[in-house]
Design a protein around this ligand. Structure first.
Ligand code: MG
Length: 160
């Protein structure tokens, strides 16, 4: 099965977005570490790995459908954040942006009646629901801390 040039190009662009997110989350993980938030930092290093896995999922898919893998230049991700809440708000904005991009890829696959790519993209549609829910949960915890030290957050996070 051969993927169309248009979808192939759009997927290559998405590989760049996933790698951008991976770098952004590594920056964020280092920032959380600088605040003494070891567990939150570990969570975000894990998130950074996950984004790289997403990029590679797309790479492998292109290989399967006889496409051309052409990873684009990745722009520098932000590394300055406005506290934990500000960083998590950035994470939420990135994830909402990715959700929009995945939806547009799906629109294209539907338009082209490319059922295989629709099926492949469904995993990412569900993944985005989970990604947004995870950040939303962290933001809820940060809100719930109120005036308590942000270090208290660590007690509510999984230990690695
Ligand atoms: Mg992703």
């Amino acid at each position: 099965m051969k993927i169309s040039k248009k979808l192939n190009d759009a997927i290559n662009a998405q590989i760049g977005e996933e790698l951008f997110a991976s770098n952004g989350y590594a920056n964020m993980a280092a920032y959380f570490n600088s605040l003494g938030l070891a567990r939150l930092s570990a969570m975000y290093f894990g998130q950074s790995e996950e984004e790289r896995e997403h990029a590679l999922k797309f790479v492998h898919y292109l290989m399967e459908v006889d496409g051309e893998v052409a990873i684009p230049a990745v722009q520098a991700a932000s590394y300055e954040f406005d506290g934990v809440k500000g960083a998590l708000e950035s994470a939420m904005a990135w994830e909402q942006d990715v959700t929009g991009r995945i939806n547009r890829l799906m629109d294209l696959a539907i338009e082209e009646k490319d059922y295989a790519t629709q099926d492949f993209l469904r995993w990412f549609v569900s993944e985005q629901v989970e990604e947004e829910a995870n950040v939303s949960h962290l933001l809820t915890l940060v809100e719930a801390l109120g005036n308590r030290s942000i270090l208290t957050l660590e007690a509510y996070l999984p230990q690695k």
